[in-house]
Design a protein around this ligand. Structure first.
Ligand code: FAD
Length: 498
């Protein structure tokens, strides 16, 4: 017998918990009650401040105005990520959110660009992309008839607070309390045998529910500690297992991109908000102690620290099932990929939207559970491959860490993509993958992978025509960017009008 879902309990109130709660206001009402339980004593991970453009979809779902979110979270616009020292020491490239040049029916822009480079007719590939040039020049605006692909840098704590207010105003109940035990249905003749029945709080109170969303962060209190779902470890492909985070005062006007600076045994991030900078260092404990890593980070920050540096330990990989029995894991409880391409909040949002689409009001159906897990698996494996690419394709061999990354075996799926691009300039990509062709091209080329061949259709274009084709695109990009205001001036104006 199927048991209807009348009450959802969200365990945990970090970014994942409150994003889920806010979205569930779309379903909550007379037929569905939603409660979120969180513990102020435990707190949240407090990082996760760089996003990608898909966050617009989530905000649209909630009916939020961009200015309102930005003003509430001290946000700046983000047009991409600058990867410094990744291809090699003292080399950098920008992975922007924009589209490169123009495609033709037969092939992508990179084929024209490769020949242009060989003939000395083309400049850096980023010159053919508006968001790329705008990021470099610190220019940006939201224009009525021109949508530049952008995301945000935002304050994670303020974002959760903002969503909490949104959710509570729309009827989601918040319960303060520390979960001390997760209780399972025990009756063998009940179809819910082994499903979660309730949570017991430190106060002794019991919180019953039909569906439980595990947003308890790395603890994974429900999905793992209680349901023993299992974890697929990917640390042989992504060996970093620790991070240190510290916030500092800003010493310069915020950039319109995140900085990712590779170091001997990891990489450092710099995320510029309106009022401060988020800094962190992701590293591999096999090659560096926490103390050495803290020193590296503190030696490479600008501005005054606003808090004590904090060490965060993690294991890269994914839960074997993201939906198990009557528990759905969203956020860090579902697994972790390092924040190199700022994809965690995106994965949270994807899981939320998928859950809303498959919401089991009439009871949990195994086919839905399987479909949910399959879709999540495909998505996360694609993102995993994209992140591994940054480590694998490098000229760096100057430390044990980089030698390991350069020589490590990689998933077959990624090996195929690299080989295809290297040999023929083509991009292998599934239809609904998060990262589009322009992203793969920018990172592959940025990391030093230049195709050996281009598509034969390019040779049908006489050299003069190719030159003109490339120049036209670049001139258009330059003109557009020249007309944009300064990024910071635009933020001030835009957020004031919220
Ligand atoms: P948490 O923030 O840890 O929240 C867990 C919640 O569960 C808290 O409310 C806690 O109180 C509650 N809880 C836990 N145990 C109990 C209990 N026993 N009883 C009651 N409540 C409990 N993502 C991005 O998209 N972009 C980034 O730039 C980015 N950078 C990151 C950098 C680092 C170093 C790390 C580690 C992660 C980063 N992420 C990033 C990921 C991002 O931080 C998370 O996806 C996001 O913050 C969601 O976290 P969460 O809500 O799952 O967990």
């Amino acid at each position: 017998m199927n048991h209807k879902i009348k009450k959802v309990v969200i365990a945990g109130g970090g970014t994942a918990g409150w994003m889920t709660a806010a979205a569930l206001t779309k379903l909550a009402g007379d037929n569905l009650e939603v409660v979120l339980v969180e513990s102020d004593e435990i707190g949240t991970v407090g990082v996760g401040e760089a996003t990608i453009p898909t966050l617009h979809l989530y905000h649209r779902l909630l009916g939020l105005k961009e200015q309102e979110v930005m003003a509430a979270t001290n946000a700046t616009f983000k047009l991409g990520i600058n990867f410094e020292n990744w291809h090699d020491v003292n080399k950098d490239y920008l992975h922007s959110f924009g589209f490169l040049g123009k495609d033709c029916w037969a092939c992508g822009f990179q084929h024209f660009w490769v020949k242009g480079q060989q003939k000395g007719m083309a400049s850096g590939i980023g010159d053919y992309c508006t968001e790329h040039l705008a990021a470099r020049e610190g220019r940006f605006a939201i224009l009525p008839n021109q949508d530049y692909n952008h995301a945000y840098h935002l304050d994670a704590t303020l974002y959760a607070k903002f969503l909490r207010q949104f959710a509570e105003q729309r009827g989601i109940k918040r319960q303060e309390g520390k979960i001390v035990s997760v209780n399972l249905h025990q009756q063998a003749n009940d179809s819910r045998y082994g499903h979660i029945q309730s949570l017991t709080l430190a106060s002794g109170e019991t919180l019953e529910g039909d569906l439980f969303i595990d947003c308890t962060g790395f603890r994974a209190l429900l999905i793992e500690q209680s349901l023993n779902t299992g974890f697929e470890d990917w640390s042989h492909w992504l060996p970093c297992d620790s991070a240190i985070a510290v916030q500092t005062t800003s010493v310069e006007k915020p950039l319109a991109y995140t900085r990712s600076i590779a170091r001997d045994s990891g990489w450092q991030w710099r995320i510029p908000l309106q009022t401060r900078t988020g800094n962190g260092f992701v590293f591999c404990s096999k090659y560096m102690t926490d103390e050495q890593a803290t020193q590296t980070l503190m030696d490479n920050i600008e501005g005054e620290p606003l808090n004590q540096p904090r060490v965060i330990k993690f294991r890269t990989g994914t839960r074997r099932q993201h939906w198990n029995k009557n528990c759905v894991a969203i956020g860090l409880s579902s697994g972790f990929l390092e924040p190199l391409e700022s994809t965690s909040i995106h994965m949270i949002q994807r899981s939320i939207i998928r859950l809303l689409q498959m919401f089991p009001s009439q009871g949990i159906v195994q086919a839905d559970v399987n479909e949910f897990n399959q879709q999540t698996k495909v998505e996360i494996e694609n993102i995993r491959d994209f992140i591994i690419l940054h480590y694998k394709v490098t000229d760096r061999e100057d430390s044990a860490f980089w030698r390991y990354c350069k020589n490590m075996p990689i998933p077959e799926s990624l090996a195929h993509r690299i080989e295809l691009f290297q040999q023929s300039g083509k991009i292998y990509k599934l239809a609904n993958e998060l990262f589009g062709e322009s992203s793969w091209i920018q990172v592959m080329m940025g990391q030093g992978l230049i195709p050996q061949q281009y598509h034969p259709i390019v040779d049908l274009m006489p050299d003069e025509e190719l030159q003109q084709f490339l120049n036209n695109i670049r001139d258009q990009v330059t003109r557009k960017v020249k007309n944009l205001p300064n990024h910071v001036e635009f933020i001030n104006h835009y957020c004031q009008s919220s």
